[in-house]
Design a protein around this ligand. Structure first.
Ligand code: SF4
Length: 378
């Protein structure tokens, strides 16, 4: 037996697809087994007769987007509840200008004064690099492969690591690609990115896992790649979720399953350890929008030493009240990395692994709040 097979077997237990998991991830599951088309394919069946969007103002495009979103929802419901068979869906014609084209045009306009994420740098990324993400409109892929270390329902996951990040986490485990050498990967255009996704799916990926660094600054290349992608595969957004509501609105009808991080239970810890402003307000707002859309979601929470009371418990309370259908991966693998090692005095509180007692306390708290975490936290 190859190591790869052993890892797969080790992580797939009988409760991987328990009834409560299946109920919560049903849409993702059905796209994964090719019983339903991914949302990006549905987006390509909705649209306009016009062949050009360049004459519309941003506000007019937003109106068109809202109208097409309603049309998308109707078609999505028909597909989801089998009012339209897969065969009938495939026979639908693709409009000249699709809902996906409208999304792409909106992102192109946003990039002229970038507010894809809540840093709202306001720079023209066709000319200069973003202040925090340090990216112009080019996209760098640091690596892509079948990841077998993710949640059991997701593996093997066709993971694409994008270079650079809009956060500055002092403990980042991917600091080489997110902070130190963000441009070291291969520069990809939309066609190349679509071919990477096709290759991963045909190699056995259950999903395409957009991660970094952070995928948000690369939204244009990602959406353009979906216009060209000719295989069915669930799209997974693995993000710090620090994006603006306009970016989230553009993504909502595209992503089949969300895998966001929820790291901090307050703004102060986030400012100190990831150097971001208003973290809790922004990230909880975005989680709420996704949860209200009833999308499949696995929220990842990394337990950090000495942050059980200020971060872990408030996050679990927030999820129990605002997103009870979410699965939660309570992660135990925190280890000191990057600046926590080189500036140990400054980050003494997180300069060790979480203790067994701390982890047990968080698991127990989640059980008390009736949060579904066991199946995805192994
Ligand atoms: S993606 Fe975020 S960090 Fe990058 S330029 Fe845009 S607003 Fe700034």
């Amino acid at each position: 037996m190859y190591d790869f097979e052993w890892i797969l077997m080790r992580r797939i237990s009988p409760d991987t697809w328990s009834s409560r998991v299946l109920e919560r991830l049903k849409w993702y599951y059905e796209v994964m087994i090719d019983r339903k088309p991914a949302k990006f394919l549905i987006c390509r069946k909705v649209g306009l007769g016009d062949s050009s969007l360049s004459g519309y103002t941003y506000e007019e495009l937003l109106d068109i987007h809202n109208r097409l979103s309603n049309e998308f929802k109707k078609l999505f419901e028909d597909v989801r509840y089998d009012k339209l068979s897969l065969k009938e869906f495939k026979r639908l014609e693709e409009p000249k200008t699709t809902y996906l084209d409208v999304k792409i045009e909106l992102v192109k306009r946003i990039l002229r004064s970038c507010s894809l994420c809540e840093w709202r740098c306001g720079v023209n990324r066709y000319e200069v690099k973003g202040i925090m993400c340090r990216l112009d409109t080019r996209t760098y892929v640091s690596s892509y492969f079948l990841h077998v270390g993710e949640e059991p329902q997701l593996i093997p996951s066709g993971t694409i690591f994008y270079g650079s990040c809009n956060f500055r986490c002092v403990f980042c485990q991917n600091y080489e690609i997110s902070q130190v050498r963000p441009y070291d990967g291969i520069e990809v255009n939309p066609k190349e990115l679509s071919l990477i996704q096709k290759y991963l799916r045909e190699s056995g990926a259950k999903n395409i896992n957009h991660v970094g660094g952070e995928p948000t600054p690369n939204l244009l290349t990602i959406l353009e790649s979906l216009k060209l992608l000719d295989v069915n595969v669930p799209q997974l957004w693995n993000s710090n979720l620090y994006l603006t509501t306009q970016s989230l609105t553009i993504l909502l009808d595209v992503i089949d399953i969300w895998l966001p991080d929820f790291k901090y239970g307050n703004n102060v810890c986030a400012q100190r350890l990831s150097k971001v402003k208003n973290y809790f307000d922004i990230v909880s707002r975005n989680h709420k929008i996704i949860c209200e859309n009833k999308d499949p979601i696995i929220i990842r929470h990394l337990v950090m030493p000495n942050h059980v009371e200020c971060c872990s418990k408030p996050i679990l309370e927030w999820i129990a009240s605002n997103c009870p259908h979410a699965l939660v991966n309570i992660m135990d693998q925190y280890r000191p990395e990057y600046l926590v090692i080189t500036k140990a005095e400054e980050y003494r509180d997180i300069a060790r692994r979480p203790s067994h007692k701390e982890l047990e306390e968080v698991y127990e708290y989640a059980r008390k709040l009736k949060i579904a975490f066991e199946e995805v936290s192994k």
